[in-house]
Design a protein around this ligand. Structure first.
Ligand SMILES: *[C@@H]1O[C@H](CO)[C@@H](O)[C@H](O)[C@H]1NC(C)=O
Ligand SMILES: *[C@@H]1O[C@H](CO)[C@@H](O)[C@H](O)[C@H]1NC(C)=O
Ligand SMILES: *[C@@H]1O[C@H](CO)[C@@H](O)[C@H](O)[C@H]1NC(C)=O
Length: 611
């Protein structure tokens, strides 16, 4: 008999939960629609809508929208209290006044229909989350009394934030009641959605609501959003102007027209980043075109220089851009970028070369020593642990994800641009493992905007190996995120075999199966890493797609599984195959590469935690 009593009480908990949930949604809709929220209103309303979305997501996950409704959480009675607290916050005018000092008046006017959130998600919501809108409409349709419009009598942004904070607190509590797997799923989907929003929107309000100090967005995503804001400010990132296809070939340097400095305050900082070449000492790159990266002294402090050759004919156009790129790179301070922070740029007087100046990741003053992944891959005696190699993979995958979220493409991901630093005292021989990896080589990075000028990337032969065939040569198509992923996949392959990409390709092309088996075992002679002739080099370029795609016994992929396991190999394949899978962007501009990246990063992190 106890069983029936229990079942009955569960049913009543579920139906009460539905009622309370409906009350919350009503509160969200009415508060969002209330007039006169003040000048910061848009951002606040956007955050309110975001909380509504979270609650809706939670309700869908537990099954409140099923017929009959369900409450799939480990311990249903907990839910009720939190939901009822939340409902009070959202609907009780007395409470709003007493606890938050917010005065809201109920008007005589009915809400006729539930509106589409104005800023929240923009086009992204319309496309991918229509469920959210139809769910809200469903709640509205089952109301049993009129929803009267509200009007703010007095409202203060600070007080409203306090309310938001408490709403979030209860939302978080509700999420905490979910089964573990559901929590993880919601968290991942949230991050993917947030990242697609940041990468696609240029809506100032929406970006503000994400970067606000009180925002609950994942810190790394917020950092991406800040970078995007800065990119828009500097006119480096922006929406692709409409009606542009006809004129795009003529106006290669067109800036996004919708983002003039009228709309955003002037950035102003980029000109202050110009450094004085006379303060530079101990460097070679100002006269030697061979040197592209070096450590030098600027104003007697250690810095890292990345040199950039600028075609004289394009200089007047590019110098402004270099200043802006420096200002943007200076903004990449969040640790999730695994990038050096930029101090400025300069132009060497005699050679006319430009350089970006970066701060080393160590305390200023100590001696700094720098190596690239390329240096280590060609040094057969260095044998970092699997943990160390996967840690590098995570650093890189995270950086690329961060850049792509903020609308940037790196375009030169290869082992020469994966950097490691030591403070010079201990040297590099102390441990087989490598310190944290940094991604450098932003000299060709550009905003993810097909109209923006693309500088011809360095024609260095070696770098071609890491580039997707569609991004090279005459018929190349506009660079997209999936091309960066291809290069990332190539570097992950190297990390797996612990052998330079050339060496991997050559050993398979030369059909020396035993040589292939020895890859990365520390015994491989350097000659294995370099083509014997141009013919061999070009056949390697020609065959690489086949080599990278083949599966089955004796293939690169099978050997990677042998060395690194199936899950790591799948990550590599997903990256390399990203172009095929996503097919670039569809006509609405949606692309799912961010989702692929989020999955890869998650897999790598899970691997790192387990080994
Ligand atoms: C609204 O809140 C006040 C103060 O917290 C409380 O006394 C009152 O009962 C609540 N009203 C409703 C309808 O729940
Ligand atoms: C280099 O250029 C800067 C700024 O254009 C100038 O102030 C400085 O005197 C020049 N130095 C030399 C050695 O020519
Ligand atoms: C790459 O993606 C395409 C398209 O989805 C698929 O047909 C192909 O099998 C994938 N390649 C591999 C090796 O998985």
């Amino acid at each position: 008999m106890a069983g029936i009593g229990e079942a009955a009480s569960i049913i009543s908990i579920v139906s009460l939960s539905v009622q309370l949930f409906d009350g919350c949604i009503k509160g969200f809709v009415l508060l969002s629609a209330a007039h006169e929220l003040g000048s910061r209103g848009d951002t606040l309303r956007c955050q309110l809508e975001w909380e509504q979305y979270h609650l809706n997501d939670w309700a869908t996950t537990v099954g409140l929208f099923r017929d009959p409704p369900e409450l799939n959480v480990p311990y249903p009675p907990l839910v009720q209290r939190t939901l009822s607290n939340l409902e009070q916050l959202l609907t009780n005018a007395t409470k709003l006044n007493q606890d938050y000092g917010l005065d809201v008046l109920v008007t005589d006017e009915d809400i006729r229909d539930v509106q589409t959130p104005k800023h929240l998600f923009g086009r992204i919501l319309d496309k991918n989350k229509p469920r959210f809108l139809s769910d809200t409409a469903k709640v509205y349709s089952r109301r049993n009394s009129a929803w009267k419009k509200l009007r703010w009598a007095s409202v203060d942004a600070e007080k409203f934030r306090l309310l938001l904070k408490d709403i979030r607190y209860f939302n978080k509590q509700l999420q905490g009641f979910l089964h573990d797997t559901d929590q993880k799923k919601i968290c991942r989907e949230d991050n993917v959605l947030m990242r697609s929003i940041v990468s696609q929107t240029s809506d100032k309000t929406l970006l503000n609501s994400i970067t606000e100090p009180l925002s609950t967005v994942d810190a790394a995503i917020a950092a991406s959003a800040r970078l995007k804001q800065q990119g828009i400010l500097l006119e480096l990132v922006g929406p692709v102007p409409y009606h542009s296809s006809a004129s795009s070939s003529k106006t290669a340097f067109a800036l996004p027209v919708t983002y003039s400095s009228r709309k955003y305050p002037s950035a102003g900082s980029s000109s202050q980043l110009r450094c004085n070449p006379d303060l530079l000492s101990g460097c070679e790159g100002h006269k030697s075109l061979v040197v592209s990266r070096e450590i030098a002294l600027y104003d007697r402090k250690h810095i890292i220089l990345e040199w950039k050759d600028v075609d004289r004919a394009l200089e007047s156009k590019l110098k402004h851009r270099i200043a802006n790129v420096a200002a943007l790179l200076a903004e990449m301070k969040d640790p999730a970028f695994h990038s050096l922070s930029c101090l400025g740029y300069l132009k060497a007087n005699r050679s006319g070369r430009y350089a970006y100046l970066f701060e080393p990741p160590f305390a200023v003053g100590s001696k700094v020593s720098m190596r690239s992944l390329q240096d280590f891959l060609t040094c057969p005696t260095r044998r970092p642990s699997l943990n160390s190699r996967i840690a590098i993979a995570i650093n890189l995958a995270e950086t690329v994800l961060q850049l792509h979220t903020s609308g940037w493409l790196h375009k030169c991901i290869r082992p020469e641009n994966v950097l490691f630093f030591e403070n010079g005292m201990g040297g590099w021989e102390n441990s087989a493992d490598l310190p944290q990896a940094y991604l450098g080589g932003y000299e060709y990075a550009r905003a993810d905007n097909p109209l923006e000028a693309t500088e011809a990337p360095s024609a260095q032969r070696h770098s071609q190996l890491y580039r997707h065939p569609l991004s090279i040569g005459q018929g190349r198509i506009s660079f997209s995120k999936s091309f960066d992923l291809y290069s990332l996949g190539c570097v992950l392959l190297e990390l797996g075999f612990w052998t330079p990409l050339q060496g991997i390709f050559l050993s398979y092309l030369r059909q020396k199966s035993d040589a292939a088996a020895n890859l990365g075992d520390g015994a491989a002679p350097i000659s294995l890493f370099t083509p014997k002739s141009d013919t061999e080099y070009y056949s390697m370029l020609g065959e690489k797609q086949r080599l990278l795609r083949e599966t089955g016994p004796g293939t690169i992929y099978a050997d990677l599984e042998f060395k690194m396991g199936v899950r790591y190999s799948q990550v590599v394949l997903k990256c390399i195959n990203a172009t095929a899978v996503s097919g670039g962007e569809d006509e609405e501009g949606f692309d799912d590469t961010l989702e692929v990246q989020e999955e890869c990063l998650e897999t790598l992190k899970a691997l790192a935690a387990a080994i």
